[in-house]
Design a binder for this molecule. Structure first.
Ligand code: SAM
Ligand code: SF4
Length: 444
């Protein structure tokens, strides 16, 4: 009998990267590989990469170095590096020179051709292919993995916004929206396989369908997804503030399964910096969007992304960011130090901020946000929330975890019969990152 072939797939970066890694995992399954977490016994290791910040790239380069030692022990091991880092203009040659032990290199636009590259590597040849442009959408590649409680569903690819700090449009191409009927069908098939929650993915979901005629936008899509029988929850990321329409907020407010959570990256609270970032909104406009959300959905959770130390950011600009955070009170914020990305407009801006200042600002920002996240969760104590039970906690198998509609993580005593169902939980304890609760109807 032929030995079972094992693949370990690692993803760095955003949900899109995780979703691409899932596509690669499914392609390898069709090629006879079984998924595993054990690097030591793997026949194939795939790393789907991220290049949004230098820190991510450094981590990945470290991992690639580690895999060299693994390959020295197991010369039959094949290693594939895919995704954004490889897709950067001129990156492939540099990476190949730096890591000659890698067998397969592929960019973001030709993932669906991975089988052909794998066959070549299995024959002992090196395989490298990076398409400059996306030639077709990925409709024909494996859809989201079936049989899981939660699934990420791509609704669009690429980005047209060219925020001046960001490499994403350079490595993922221009915006392409999938057809609504294909998205709906994919979700129906997922639900039939046991999925209860979907997250609709796009770099800017609010500009979904801009190219469609007759007009059909993201709010229209959400309304349709909300009607799918058997589905319990719908989430979506990421919303660009400039395109967040009143229609979309009202649709979320009136939807049954549409979760009241907006991830609305602000990036900075200073109009001067927002303009240099090419974000195409002002702090006043952003605040008007928050007011609209709070008017229609007073319970909605708001999360955000913030960059500190963007070129030219003065102490006053930074204070304006702290001030707007205090005004808004996010339930969570992803906070980053600006990282220079070659090929982006901001990389050539003068007045780059020294590392020590960036570090100091990040520390201040994080301590303000941590205090707010804690206060947000403390305000939830005593109240009852609907939780989708996900499974046993990783650290304590007697405890179970799930999330509120606002995406806050809750830990509680439960049993495996309730996995995948909605339960009402009263919050009894809160910390910065998690909540502890009790099931309100324990006879369930
Ligand atoms: N499309 C999403 C949006 O517009 O909000 C975000 C995509 S990006 C992968 C996630 C976050 O990374 C951004 O919101 C931004 O805060 C951060 N980011 C992107 N480029 C960065 C850079 N050069 N340095 C630091 N943070 C960066
Ligand atoms: Fe990057 Fe801006 Fe596009 Fe988001 S909207 S992916 S931050 S360019």
């Amino acid at each position: 009998m032929e030995k079972e072939k094992k693949v370990v797939t690692l993803a760095y970066g955003c949900q899109m990267s995780e979703r691409d890694a899932e596509t690669l995992k499914q392609i390898t399954r069709q090629e006879g590989y079984t998924s595993s977490d054990d690097l030591a016994s793997a026949d194939l290791v795939i790393i789907n990469t991220c290049c949004v910040r230098e820190s991510a790239e450094n981590k990945i380069l470290g991992k690639i170095g580690e895999l060299k030692r693994l390959k020295e022990k197991n010369p039959n091991l094949k290693i594939a590096i895919s995704g954004c880092m490889v897709q950067q203009p001129g990156a492939l040659e540099k990476l190949q020179k730096r890591a000659p032990h890698i067998d397969i290199w592929t960019g973001t636009h030709n993932l669906h051709e991975f089988s052909a590259l794998l066959h070549k590597a299995e024959q002992g040849e090196k395989a490298a292919e990076v398409w400059k442009e996306p030639q077709k959408t990925l409709e024909s590649t494996p859809l989201a993995e079936k049989g899981k409680l939660q699934a990420n569903v791509n609704i669009m690819y690429g980005c047209n916004n060219f925020c001046s700090y960001c490499i994403v449009p350079h490595v993922r191409g221009r915006e392409r929206s999938r057809k609504p009927e294909e998205i709906i069908q994919e979700i129906k098939d997922l639900v039939a396989s046991g999925c209860r929650e979907v997250t609709l993915l796009g770099q800017n979901v609010n500009s979904y369908g801009k190219e469609f005629s007759p007009p059909y936008d993201f709010a229209d899509l959400l309304q349709e997804v909300d009607q799918i029988p058997g589905l319990l929850r719908v989430r979506f990321i990421t919303s660009h503030p400039k395109d967040l329409s009143d229609k979309l907020i009202s649709v979320v407010a009136s939807g049954e399964k549409l979760c009241e959570h907006f991830h609305l990256p602000i990036q900075s609270g200073s109009n001067f910096i927002l303009e240099r970032m090419n974000r195409k909104y002002t702090r006043e406009y952003y605040l008007s969007r928050i007011s609209k959300i709070r008017e229609l959905l007073p319970q909605a959770s708001l999360t955000t992304d913030i960059i500190v130390g963007f070129p030219g950011e003065s102490e006053t600009d930074f204070e304006q960011t702290l001030e707007i955070m205090n005004l808004i009170q996010y339930s969570h914020a992803f906070t980053f130090m600006y990282s220079k990305r070659s090929g982006t407009l901001a990389a050539d801006m003068e007045d780059q901020i020294p590392l020590d200042i960036k570090k100091r600002r990040l520390q201040r920002l994080m301590s303000v946000q941590n205090a707010q996240s804690l206060e947000w969760r403390q305000r939830m104590i005593g109240k009852t929330y609907e939780i989708l039970v996900e499974g046993p906690s990783k650290t304590n198998p007697e405890r179970f975890t799930g999330r509120t509609r606002g995406n806050e993580l809750v830990v509680f005593k439960g049993n495996s019969n309730i996995i995948g169902s909605l339960v009402n939980i009263q919050i009894i304890e809160a910390s910065t990152w998690t909540l502890v609760g009790e099931i309100v109807n324990p006879e369930m």
